[in-house]
Design a binder for this molecule. Structure first.
Ligand SMILES: NC(=O)c1ccc[n+]([C@@H]2O[C@H](COP(=O)([O-])OP(=O)(O)OC[C@H]3O[C@@H](n4cnc5c(N)ncnc54)[C@H](OP(=O)(O)O)[C@@H]3O)[C@@H](O)[C@H]2O)c1
Length: 292
């Protein structure tokens, strides 16, 4: 199977390449080799390679910066997604598009179902939400859209690596405890996407994250505990829970964004890892990188 991956140098783009089935012929393009916001670049790239599957892992992911760069966020997350959907439609390729828990407002207190009402709180979420809608419309709901959340990896910039740096530099930390979601390893997400790729009949919106639930505070505590156990950190520092209102950010974030995965567990035929187990694997990878 010929597979075109966009956003190849991102956390997910890299993880997709690392875990691709041997039977796939990959063309993995990063933002320099294919800017998905440029329709004139997307069309020829797709028709030249003629993939049977396109996985869109490219996105404008700077949630706070998006508040002052709405045009850029829209160009990549909405127009870029639409460009890929049109190219897929025109060439007969299947499209797997990745989206986010930030399409929801977080006012629920039970896991979000794929069909729940979207109501993004910020520019990033709104641009991703529009991307989903465009993909659905252009492909007449034939595309597979997978929403995920709180993604991290050994590769790239993310909460885990920021915490490890701050835990090594600082005497203490304060982390928000009133935003609840599910940390998700890019590696386990990539495995779920490849599993979904092997099931050609899947279409519509699905949710996938690692299993379990945490606040950013819980996540930070787990990072410290696991990193100490692996020898990635030398000493424990006090970590204090704070409220979102005590840590203002330019973009508002959903207070609760746990995604219901019942359908994907059944249809992908894949059991998820608990987020803490997946975290241990990524920290182990960081340790191996450090010791190499
Ligand atoms: N990270 C999270 O916590 C999270 C949570 C929920 C959902 N998601 C979704 O998961 C997917 C993968 O995210 P990720 O964590 O892998 O993000 P990431 O590490 O920021 O990777 C995104 C990649 O997209 C590339 N990109 C940006 N603009 C582009 C453009 N115009 N054309 C082509 N490529 C472009 C970036 O390249 P440059 O760096 O060169 O700009 C980057 O390599 C995205 O759809 C994201 O919305 C992520």
């Amino acid at each position: 199977m010929k597979v075109l991956i966009t956003g190849a140098s991102g956390q997910l783009g890299q993880a997709l390449q690392d875990s691709a089935p041997g039977s796939c012929e990959l063309l993995a393009l990063d933002s320099r080799t294919l800017d998905i916001s440029q329709a004139d670049a997307v069309r020829p790239a797709v028709s030249r390679f003629a993939p049977s599957l396109i996985i869109n892992a490219a996105a404008y992911t700077k949630v706070d910066q998006a508040e002052t760069e709405p045009g850029r966020a829209h160009a990549v997350n909405a127009e870029g997604a639409a460009n890929l959907a049109r190219a897929a439609q025109g060439s007969g390729a299947r499209l797997i598009h990745i989206s986010t828990d930030f399409v929801f407002d977080g006012n629920k207190s039970t896991p979000y179902q794929p069909a729940d009402q979207t109501n993004p709180l910020g520019v990033y979420g709104a641009s991703k939400c529009e991307g989903e809608q465009q993909v659905q419309e252009i492909t007449q709901s034939q595309a597979l859209i997978i929403r995920t959340a709180w993604v991290y990896a050994a590769h790239g910039n993310n909460f885990v690596k920021t915490m490890l740096r701050l835990m090594a530099e600082r005497e203490q930390l304060a982390v928000v405890s009133d935003q609840i979601g599910t940390p998700t390893s890019a590696h386990t997400l990539a495995q779920a996407i490849w599993r979904a790729a092997s099931k050609p009949d899947l279409r519509g919106i699905y949710h996938w994250t690692d299993s379990g639930v945490a606040s950013w505070y819980d996540f930070a505590l787990a990072i410290q505990e696991e990193a100490l156990a692996l020898g990635l950190l030398d000493k424990a520092i006090p970590i204090r829970p704070i409220r979102t209102q005590d840590y203002p950010t330019p973009a508002k974030r959903p207070a609760y964004s746990v995604l219901d995965k019942t359908q994907s567990w059944a249809d992908f035929d894949l059991a998820p890892l608990h987020w803490r187990v997946a975290l241990r694997q990524v920290l182990q990878e960081l340790k191996e990188q450090r010791d190499a």
